[in-house]
Design a protein around this ligand. Structure first.
Ligand SMILES: Nc1nc2c(ncn2[C@@H]2O[C@H](COP(=O)(O)OP(=O)(O)OP(=O)(O)O)[C@@H](O)[C@H]2O)c(=O)[nH]1
Ligand SMILES: [Mg+2]
Length: 429
């Protein structure tokens, strides 16, 4: 009996639990949780909700409701409870106790998905770091077992005996992982520096998960990037060279998708990956225009960009999947509300020329690398470079300041002019 079960593992069955909060879009959030469950390979067999404004500090929902879940669980044959929200470690334990089943909150579920998707060494290290930072405060009382990640999701843990040694092990492992992530960050920084010195600008494809970023990268560059109709298909940054109509080139970076309330453990652990976005010259914000929650997804992506201090970067909005949209007029109107926007279909190729034209335009306003000596009498340009660009290196030399910086094109021109004038020993400005 048992052996047969293990050979043919049945799909895990989940109950979802959410609070019906007034004015908050809890239904959309719940739909997204269902999508996340599907991505994690879990079948949703029922939903329990409770109308209340604030989570109960002990059980997340009321105690009565928590007991009710135990009943529903039996009827539906569910083995894991997915909570649409963030549980404090204590709430998670109490709810597990009351409901009599494994409990996973939204962050825990997203971490499970990331763990399954991570392919590269760097991706795996970053996911493990995020998972352990999430797990550490939960290793108390009847917590969740470390090894549960290998088995089904939300499996219940072993009890108290191993706890102290578990905690020590986790802390030690966390330190090692943090060092490794630092190294990844440094290596990527060096690679970026080389790209910048080569003078090829970078456009990062950003946006909500499943918007079509990887499909777009494929159509733009002919690359074969993993595309799937699931959330978080891409975890590692992928970089491809793309040509513009006028012969210029840029590098397109495809990276991890965003989501509403992206867990902060993930943002922290994936900093080395998100750095590709932070350091890009231009952003292409890819939007799934066929999605009923398009506006919420745009907002969610913008919030993440804000967290990364990228809200002010030159951006092109690409309203993708327009082949699936019936009301073109309405979408065109919506796009017109953005300063730089275009309707595209990464699948059919529609609008891609216009997209490239816009990206080219935005790249001109983006930063370029200069490496020169700013003569002493042109020091006012230095403060402008500080204000409007990014200083990569600065060193005092006899003739002035040896500067390597990324600055807007107009500042670059004046810097070059001043440096050139310095070389000729001219006095003109
Ligand atoms: N009809 C249509 N489908 C598209 C288009 N672009 C992407 N898709 C589909 O949308 C799904 C998601 O596409 P991906 O390119 O994997 O999306 P992504 O933004 O890279 O997703 P993550 O890596 O998970 O963040 C796939 O099934 C694609 O085939 C489009 O223009 N039209
Ligand atoms: Mg992708």
């Amino acid at each position: 009996m048992r052996a047969a079960e293990e050979v043919q593992p049945t799909k895990q069955r989940a109950l979802m639990l959410a609070l019906e909060r007034r004015g908050e879009e809890w239904q959309e959030s719940l739909e997204e949780l269902a999508r996340l469950a599907e991505t994690a390979g879990v079948e949703v067999v029922g939903t329990v909700t409770q109308r209340r404004e604030k989570p109960d500090p002990v059980y997340f929902v009321g105690k009565g409701k928590a007991r009710e879940i135990r009943q529903v669980r039996g009827d539906a044959g569910a083995d894991v409870l997915l909570v649409d929200g963030e549980l404090r470690p204590g709430q998670q334990r109490n709810l597990e106790e009351a409901a009599g089943m494994g409990v996973l909150d939204r962050t825990g579920l997203i971490l499970e998905i990331f763990a399954r998707r991570a392919q590269s060494r760097a991706g795996k290290i970053q996911v493990e770091l995020a998972q352990l930072s999430y797990l550490l405060p939960r290793l108390a009382g009847k917590g969740t077992e470390l090894s549960r990640l290998g088995g089904g999701i939300g499996t219940r843990g072993p009890g108290e005996t191993k706890l102290e040694s578990d905690r020590r092990r986790v802390r030690r492992r966390l330190r090692i992982l943090q060092k490794q992530v630092e190294r990844i960050g440094k290596r990527r920084a060096v690679e970026r520096r080389h790209r910048q010195e080569a003078g090829v600008p970078v456009a990062a494809l950003v946006g909500y998960t499943n918007a079509g970023k990887s499909t777009l990268l494929n159509s733009l560059s002919g690359a074969e990037v993993f595309v799937e109709d699931l959330l978080f298909a891409t975890l590692d940054p992928i970089i491809r060279r793309v040509g513009l109509a006028d012969g210029r080139e840029f590098l397109a970076v495809d990276t991890v998708g965003f989501i509403r309330n992206l867990p902060h453990q993930l943002v922290a652990a994936f900093h080395a990956t998100l750095e590709e976005v932070i350091e890009a010259d231009v952003l292409v914000h890819v939007v799934d225009a066929s999605h009923p929650q398009m506006e919420e997804q745009i907002d969610a992506a913008r919030r993440v960009l804000g967290d990364l201090a990228c809200a002010e970067k030159p951006t092109v909005m690409a309203f993708n999947k327009c082949d699936l949209v019936d009301d073109r007029a309405r979408l065109t109107e919506r796009a017109a509300r953005e300063a730089h926007a275009v309707l595209i279909s990464a699948a059919t190729g529609e609008g891609l020329e216009e997209l490239l034209r816009l990206v080219g335009e935005r790249l001109e306003q983006a930063l370029v690398t200069v490496e020169l000596v700013v003569p002493w009498r042109a020091q006012h340009l230095l403060s402008e470079a500080h204000d409007r660009g990014r200083i990569l290196a600065e060193e005092f030399v006899e003739e002035g300041v040896a500067l390597t910086a990324r600055v807007p094109e107009d500042v670059a021109q004046r810097l070059r002019h001043a440096a050139g004038a310095g070389e000729r020993g001219g006095e003109e400005e």
